[in-house]
Design a protein around this ligand. Structure first.
Ligand code: ADQ
Length: 458
């Protein structure tokens, strides 16, 4: 079996907290690396200021080498905060209004990808399989090909791929499409994303689809497929079963005092639909006064990308909105919304999901959304809660037992909340069982194996 090289913007270097601290994706990739031996390369998250970063810092753990590089402050601002997070992220989430395109950010994006390729090159052996992750590193394969590497190189996109009319608003869309054409296999979360990609290739004759999933473009033949990412279902369910004993979970149970719990868990990001969700919760209470004082909505939202202005503005907006709604519908003995800005360990998160009668997952657009899957995996089989899920999350293609909602439709989401709180046990069990069986079968290890098997196939 050939060695594996994984390249992603950020790298999950194991620490002494062990697997419980890492998310399912990190655990699955580490397992794939441990099985085959190999390298995981990426950005350290640190800036080298205005001097050229030092050589890669290598850390050996068994047969895995972790290889980290710093980036100059200019590249942190222009490549990461700039092009990746203020151009590609909003465009891939259909937010043209938020895209801040600039030539120097674009130049930095391509420059950092070339820099990554040059740093990685000495570690690559002829038979290695290379797997590149996510929108930060689209041009990496083209850079490696330019340097003469003939290895099999695959790419997985964790976020949505937009239709041509959206993508083409980005002035460098053709370079981005050319970058994708240098891979052997492109993985998308859903077949809708794959169809959008095929549409982008065909629209202005940049490429052709020779047969389903087989493309030619910019002088290369390559394949594309839908590989829906999963979670570590069985391990997460085990966390949830054991979590009742955790102090924090016990306290949470006491504090809801027999009320029904609705839970939302998201990074603070405009794609997650948090403000629309708070509106829907308020509407649910005003339309259903019988539920006043009988439910608590817990929204757990760690800050993210605070250095990007749109995210900073959102921190204030969401906190203010939660405060306003609490003021408007709360009573002296009832705080309707508990809003927490902290990261929570996975075992405790699993316990909180299990306490909740409703998992409210309503992104405006999401590649997959693992919270939806985690919520399902954490439920008590005898008394499972109900997943209310946005139809615009990739997970909606798989989780057929969820109540699907349009997050832009505040009344519709409020009605789904009412329906889920009142759903009979039998229906809850039936909806949950189908989803859980699906998640047990299609877990993150299977996703990883399937992608790598297809990447290695000629
Ligand atoms: P994200 O946009 O980060 O991922 P998501 O899939 O929901 O979105 O994953 C978030 C992860 O962070 C989950 O595992 C969740 O448990 C964790 N998390 C969120 N809030 C937390 C908190 N307060 N404390 C601890 N953990 C918390 C991107 C894409 C998604 C895609 C994933 C994986 O945007 O669409 O599903 O990659 O491919």
């Amino acid at each position: 079996m050939s060695r594996l090289i994984i390249v992603s913007n950020r790298v999950s270097v194991p620490d002494n907290k062990g697997a419980a601290a890492a998310g399912g994706l990190a655990v699955a990739l580490q397992a794939a690396l441990a099985e085959r031996g190999g390298v995981w390369m990426g950005w350290s998250g640190k800036s080298s200021g205005d001097i050229e970063p030092e050589p890669l810092v290598l850390t050996q753990d068994g047969n895995i080498t972790y290889a980290l590089t710093d980036l100059t402050q200019t590249d942190v601002e222009e490549y990461y905060q700039g092009f990746a997070n203020r151009v590609l992220w909003p465009i891939c989430h259909y937010r043209l209004d938020l895209a801040e395109y600039g030539r120097k950010e674009m130049a930095s994006y391509f420059r950092v990808n070339r820099f990554f390729a040059h740093r990685l090159a000495p570690l690559i052996e002829p038979n290695d399989t290379i797997w590149v992750h996510d929108y930060h590193l689209i041009p990496l394969a083209a850079e490696l090909r330019e340097m003469g590497f003939k290895n099999r190189i695959g790419f997985f996109l964790h976020i949505p791929w937009p239709p041509a009319d959206v993508l083409f608003t980005m002035p460098v869309h053709e370079e981005i499409m050319r970058g994708l054409s240098s891979y052997d296999l492109l993985g998308f979360q859903t077949k809708y994303d794959l169809e959008n990609f095929a549409g982008c290739l065909k629209r202005e004759g940049m490429g052709v689809e020779n047969s389903p999933g087989h493309f030619s473009s910019h002088g290369h033949n390559f394949r594309g497929g839908a590989y829906s990412i999963g979670i570590e279902t069985a391990a997460f369910a085990a966390f949830a079963r054991k979590a009742a004993a955790h102090n924090m979970v016990r306290k949470a149970r006491q504090s809801i005092e027999g009320r029904d719990l609705i839970i939302g868990v998201d990074r603070l990001d405009y794609s997650k639909g948090i403000t629309q969700r708070i509106d829907a919760f308020e509407r649910f209470i005003t339309n259903n006064p019988a539920h006043q004082r009988r439910v608590t909505y817990l929204q757990i939202t760690p800050k993210s990308r605070s250095e990007v202005p749109e995210y900073e503005a959102m921190q204030h907006a969401v906190a203010e909105q939660a405060g306003r709604v609490n003021g408007a519908i709360g009573t002296v003995d009832w705080v309707p919304i508990r809003y927490i800005n902290r990261s929570i360990s996975r075992p405790i998160l699993a316990g909180l999901y299990r306490l909740a009668k409703v998992g409210l997952v309503t992104p405006l657009r999401d590649g997959m959304n693992l919270v939806a899957k985690e919520y399902v995996a954490a439920q008590d089989p005898d008394d499972p809660g109900v997943l209310v899920l946005s139809r615009f999350a990739g997970a909606a293609r798989e989780l057929k037992g969820a109540l699907l909602v349009n997050p832009y439709d505040v009344d519709g989401t409020a009605n789904a909340l009412a329906r889920s709180i009142n759903m009979p046990l039998e229906e809850r069990r039936e909806r949950w069982r189908g989803m859980m069986d699906h998640l047990l079968e299609n877990d993150v290890s299977r996703w990883c194996d399937t992608f790598l098997t297809d990447l290695r196939a000629e």
